[in-house]
Design a protein around this ligand. Structure first.
Ligand code: ZN
Length: 389
């Protein structure tokens, strides 16, 4: 059992100072005051008088087995370690393949997701990759989502990108229909994660599918929506029509120089433009390669996405761009949990999993991370490490 005492608590809404009692993955009580006399012997007590308690972060796109390879085999990025997520406050994540579904595989992705869940966080996956026809384990997107617990959607399928397989509206629409039905039959969302590239087609393929079918806009979850200003503006329209937009926190200096708005600034701008906060999420694109192409689409440089960028951009939105903490937190807690259909994640309540982060109240830095009731990080250092860390 774990007793968190006197924490300024954000569910993500601010609910004031609370005492919180956890038993394993269960939040037993959230009260103004809980007497320590009632605690069982051996209960760990955390004095959180100088901390803010917030929900554990939900990262909807991480390349947990590594990604990339766009510059040849030596540019394949390494796999993620447990503490890459936990030290970044991430307690739930979704792993996906990317450009490479030849030397990377879904069985390997699933095995890594199970390893991370065994090590202490909660890890889901998407079936498929950038490519259409979609790679699967069972032979169909629908069956993968129905039969494999960890698979909650499909993607990231690339569109509007020179690395995409240029799917037609009919092809992508059929994939979305399969994911939707697979989700319905297994109590999942069956979300379709869409990798957005730099082409000026922007979201037109998705608009065509929505216009020609009964698939709702919310079945699609386009990511990298801040990669250039044109796409960012197209995303405002999409969000105003009820769609979700995911912004990528891993950015390189060259991306910024080429006009990519950093997530912190982009969030403030979206809110100024009256985009509903519920439509906006951030993801890290962690362990992706961040290839930098020249104007001829030739690779000129390569970096690796960092999970720690997820909260860094939320913190910057608060400290440098005037977004209030409760609002900013939603883009990495309750919003992605809702988009992905994870009703037990992204919120602090007795109905949700015991995933929490303690932030220092002076500088909002991550201090303690609790995943499924277990302390993973203390004083910003991992106290539980991955098997080979
Ligand atoms: Zn992508």
């Amino acid at each position: 059992m774990l007793f968190i005492k006197n924490a300024q608590t954000y569910t993500p809404e601010s609910i004031g100072r609370k005492d919180i009692l956890l038993a394993g993955n269960q939040v037993l009580a959230i009260e103004d005051s809980i007497s320590e006399h009632h605690l069982l012997p051996g209960t760990k007590v955390i004095d959180a008088s100088h901390h803010l308690l917030v929900p554990g972060f939900v990262d909807s796109l991480v390349h947990i087995t590594g990604g990339g390879g766009e510059g040849g085999f030596h540019t394949r990025t390494p796999a993620m370690d447990l503490s890459d997520a936990t030290t970044a406050g991430i307690t739930t994540l979704v792993g996906a393949l990317g450009t490479d579904s030849t030397t990377r595989s879904l069985p390997d992705l699933l095995a890594k997701a199970r390893a991370l869940s065994h090590e202490g966080i909660t890890c889901y996956c998407h079936t498929g990759s950038y490519q259409v026809p979609v790679t699967t384990i069972t032979g169909s997107v629908k069956d993968d989502i129905i039969l494999i617990n960890e698979f909650i959607g499909v993607g990231e399928i690339a569109i509007a990108d020179h690395r995409s397989s240029m799917p037609s509206a009919a092809e992508l629409g059929r994939i979305a229909a399969e994911a939707r039905v697979g989700g319905m039959l297994s109590g999942k969302k069956g979300i379709v994660s869409i990798h957005m590239g730099d082409s000026t087609d922007y979201l037109s393929l998705l608009e065509t599918i929505i216009a020609q079918s009964d698939i709702p806009r919310t079945q699609f979850y386009p990511t990298h929506m801040n990669r250039n200003l044109g796409l960012f503006d197209a995303g405002k329209q999409w969000a105003n029509s009820g769609g979700y937009i995911d912004l990528t926190t891993s950015t390189t200096e060259m991306d910024l120089a080429r006009g990519e708005p950093p997530c912190s600034k982009a969030l403030a701008e979206l809110l100024d433009d009256n985009i509903a906060i519920e439509q906006i999420t951030f993801s890290s694109d962690g362990h992706a390669s961040l290839p930098i192409f020249d104007d001829n689409h030739d690779l000129v440089a390569l970096k690796v996405g960092l999970e720690e960028s997820l909260y860094r951009e939320v913190r910057l939105a608060v400290t440098d761009h005037g977004v209030d903490l409760a609002t900013a937190l939603k883009v990495i807690t309750q919003n992605p949990a809702k988009v992905l259909g994870l009703s037990h994640k992204g919120h602090i309540s007795t109905e949700h999993d015991a995933d929490m982060v303690l932030l220092r109240d002076d500088d909002l830095a991550i201090d303690t991370v609790i995943a499924r009731g277990q302390v993973m990080v203390e004083q910003a250092k991992p106290v539980i490490k991955g098997t080979f860390e």
